[in-house]
Write a protein that binds this ligand. Sequence first.
Ligand code: 13P
Length: 340
Amino acid sequence: MNLADLNKIARAMVAPGKGLLAADESSGTIKKRFDAIGVESTETTRRDYREMLFRSREAMSNAISGVILYDETIWQDAKDGTPLIRLIEEAGAIPGIKVDEGTQALPNCPGELITVGLDRLAERLPKYYERGARFAKWRAVIDIGSGIPSMAAISVNAHALARYAALCQQAQIVPIVEPEVLMDGDHDIDRCVEVTTRVLNKTFQELRIQRVALEGMILKPNMAISGKTSKTQASVGDVAEKTVRMLKNCVPASVPGIAFLSGGQSDEEATAHLDAMNKIGGLPWPLTFSYGRALQAAPQKAWAGKAENVAAGQHAFTHRARMNSLAASGTWTAEQEKAA
Ligand code: 13P
């Protein structure tokens, strides 16, 4: 493992004013997104849609540091035969790959999940590297509910994240470590902080035990945020202040950067929260975005599967990418949001 090179990639992933596009929806998830806009999900429509995003040159070159791909996409070619991964590289962004294989029910822990995909990971990683992937992603899912999360769920998911991260670094690939505490439920923001703190502490403990080099990884956490159906919704200021405080308590300064997931927040909320955190400033790491839904909901709606809407889809994507780029440097304003 060459740690200096891993660190260089990790720092490029969180370069000033740039963040990650999470376009790694599994075939099941992208089908759900396409169903919502009345588009049939086929290998071709998935290709056309992602090609539209990757050919959004302004967004890709100015606001996007890297793209997380799904296995199908990394091997696909654009309509003109150019590998999709080349389009990303040509725009100056870094290709990455989601390597977990989804979740399974965790035995003895009703309602809880364990992320799987470790078994053949050591063999798969060099193939992705050869294709051009320089970073990877693995998502663990922790749910908040009555009596959960259990210590078992937190522990086995943290263990798997560290196993994955160590294998990635061995293959010269930067691991994005993503322990996602879901925002589903009626819990308040303080319960989210309490659970996320436990999850982050356990995750870093496992990373240390398994000798993962913190300088060669990126953390992708959830924000400290109220449950979706909570009666008390925390303000933007509260989310920013509590998230920053929580991260300062849990994340070593040697981690090169933190890139949040959007997790079901509205487009504008995800942008406003990130911006407010960066306006607080004085942080030991860059804070940026690694958004899936909050970057893609608008372009999906504008595109709606029609070739004549490609420019409109690219326009919508470019706007969201630009707004999040401003948020990553703490210079976003509601006026700029509306100016588009
Ligand atoms: P969302 O931003 O839609 O939560 O997706 C990010 C992601 O990669 C989840 O694993």
